[in-house]
Design a protein around this ligand. Structure first.
Ligand SMILES: NC(=O)c1ccc[n+]([C@@H]2O[C@H](COP(=O)([O-])OP(=O)(O)OC[C@H]3O[C@@H](n4cnc5c(N)ncnc54)[C@H](OP(=O)(O)O)[C@@H]3O)[C@@H](O)[C@H]2O)c1
Length: 247
């Protein structure tokens, strides 16, 4: 077991519930110090209490972080540096899928709202954490994406997923996330920082009114795998439990 000072430190955004919370539990169990990012203080503290109640030895801490608020992002980066001394792994998990609409006038409004969290928030958090990650020995970045992002799969899936058009705003936001993964992986290759997208599958959470067949524990598995990749592992790819997901 790692002593507290040897533990690698991971920040998970949106870790107060759903897949992010299950990822926090699994990475804490794997011996990491986990910073539970949450935009709401009460929900974040309750999530930390729940993780500690499940495992008293777990090294988990609340971190207030609204990914859409530049001030909150800057404060979070400063807090990590001052209170925890660094950051080894960033899991960009926070995401929304609200306001799905049929193609219509509302589409741009929906896209703006979804992109603010899923794309602009994710990029802002990553940029703020990069100075800390660059100082780590074996930094990893995992961007939580979706197979709905895949341009290659979309036409082939349209028969099985007639509702696909209604989730265009969400799906395209994850396509942008995937593009960021590729770009960042190239930018950080020489620094040895591995950057990948993770597709958790269709998981029962608040995001989809608990309609998915998979559990949060199953969804977290690929994120945990990518967060703990050994040196020389893949970078600039998108993975689910089965392997590489086509772009
Ligand atoms: N569920 C699926 O089937 C599925 C499939 C593929 C990909 N994903 C992706 O998996 C990730 C986690 O989703 P989930 O299914 O676990 O959904 P969830 O249960 O709704 O969890 C989403 C998390 O993101 C947080 N969040 C939302 N906006 C935020 C903001 N501005 N700042 C900080 N945190 C924010 C939420 O916090 P609050 O509690 O404060 O709202 C919550 O903790 C998302 O990126 C989602 O797109 C999910």
């Amino acid at each position: 077991m790692n002593t507290p000072s040897q533990r690698r430190i991971v920040l998970i955004t949106g870790a107060n519930k759903g897949i992010g919370h299950a990822t926090a539990a699994q990475l804490a169990k794997a011996g990491m110090k986990v910073l539970v990012g949450a935009r709401d203080r009460a929900r974040g503290l309750a999530a930390v209490e729940k993780l500690r109640a499940a495992d008293a030895d777990t090294d988990v801490h609340f971190l207030e972080l609204d990914v859409t608020d530049d001030g909150s992002v800057a404060r979070a980066a400063k807090h990590i540096e001052v209170e925890h001394g660094g950051l080894d792994v960033l899991v960009n998990n926070a995401g929304i899928a609200t306001g799905s609409t049929a193609p219509s006038q509302e589409e741009v409004t929906t896209m703006r709202a979804i992109y603010a969290t899923n794309v602009f928030g994710l990029v802002a958090v990553t940029r703020a954490m990069l100075p800390l990650l660059r100082r780590a020995k074996t930094a990893r970045i995992v961007n939580v994406s979706s197979s709905l992002a895949s341009l290659g799969l979309a036409p082939r899936r349209s028969a099985a997923m007639p509702h696909q058009n209604r989730v265009f705003a969400y799906s395209s936001s994850k396509s942008a996330v995937n593009h960021f993964t590729v770009r960042l992986a190239i930018e950080l290759r020489d620094a040895g920082i591995l950057v990948n997208s993770a597709c958790p599958g269709y998981v029962a959470t608040d995001l989809n009114r608990f309609s998915g067949p998979r559990t949060v524990e199953q969804g977290a598995k690929i994120i945990v795998h990518l967060a703990t990749l050994p040196a020389g592992g893949p970078t600039g790819e998108c993975f689910d439990d089965e392997g590489v997901v086509e772009w």
